[in-house]
Write a protein that binds this ligand. Sequence first.
Ligand code: SF4
Ligand code: SF4
Length: 149
Amino acid sequence: MAYICVILQCDMSDDTGWGKEMTTGTKAGTKTTTTRTECGQCAALCCKNLSVRILRPYTRAEIEDLKWQLHFDTVSIYIRKNRWYQLVEGRCIYLGEDDRCKIYPRRPEMCRRHNPPDCEFFGKFYDVLLETPDQMEAYLAERRKKSRR
Ligand code: SF4
Ligand code: SF4
C-alpha cells in the first residue's frame, strides 16, 4: 500500500482553504493559537484510505477472521499504541480531483478530528503493519514468545 491513512481529512482554514488558525490546549490548560499549513502541502492522504478501529483478536476464531480479511490486497491491519485498526484502500467520494473536500462545510466529525501533526503526512503512523495472513501469524507468534519470557 502506498501510504497509511488514518481517518479522513483534517480541519482546514475555511470553506475552501488551507492553513487553519487552530486552537490547542497546553499542559497548563490554557489555550494557544497556531497556524497550520501542512494540509496545504499534503495531497489529502487521509482522504484516500479508510481506517477503522477494531478489537484486538484473542480467540483463534477472531484471529482467523482477521487473517481472512488480509487475503484482500486492499486491506491491511495496523497497530498503533496497542490499538488495532483495519485499513481499507479507497478514495473518499467527496474528495475532488484537486484533492480538496467538496463538502468541507458539512464534512463528518471524524474528518474534523483528524489533524496534523498526528497524521500520516508526518511519516510512519503505525507501530506494526500487517499486510498478509502470514505476517499476522508471525506477529502473534512473536508476541506469545515474548509473553512467555
Ligand atoms: S496533513 Fe494530515 S490531516 Fe492534513 S490532509 Fe494531510 S494527512 Fe490529512
Ligand atoms: S468528507 Fe471531505 S474531509 Fe472527509 S474524507 Fe471525504 S474528502 Fe476528506
